[in-house]
Design a protein around this ligand. Structure first.
Ligand SMILES: [Fe+2]
Length: 127
């Protein structure tokens, strides 16, 4: 059973950005499901790399949308995006930790961030 299930009420009213958010939920579910499998292949460094690459791609699209709609609070929203990337990069530097520990930390961080950011901060720019 996935940790997170997408609901229509999470929509930000832009199909492309909703697809990105769904994909982020999917990444979180995959991390979580992978962590439940004993001796599962926890190639955490690769997973963190993939998460960073995907979120940078998503943030670029979302930031472009916020510029297009002239969202007044966009600079502070962009700062939230930068701080997310910084935090994930900090986790990446902890790659000496056991994979299970790092995965748990990543799941908790990403879960809290998705709940707060996508469901609250991103909702503020919905027209
Ligand atoms: Fe955002």
């Amino acid at each position: 059973m996935p940790l997170f299930k997408w609901k229509d009420s999470y929509s930000v009213g832009v199909e492309e950005l909703d697809l990105h958010h769904k994909k982020l939920f999917g990444i979180l579910n995959t991390l979580y499901e992978g962590s439940l499998v004993p001796d599962g292949n926890l190639d955490i460094a690769d997973k963190i790399d993939a998460l960073i690459a995907y979120t940078e791609y998503h943030f670029a699209a979302e930031e472009e949308h916020l510029r297009q709609i002239g969202y007044v609070e966009r600079e502070s929203h962009f700062r939230l995006h930068r701080s997310f990337i910084k935090k994930v990069l900090r986790l990446q530097r902890k790659s000496h930790l056991p994979a299970e520990e790092l995965t748990q930390e990543l799941i908790v961080f990403l879960g809290n961030w998705l709940l707060h950011h996508v469901l609250e901060e991103d909702k503020k720019y919905v027209l």
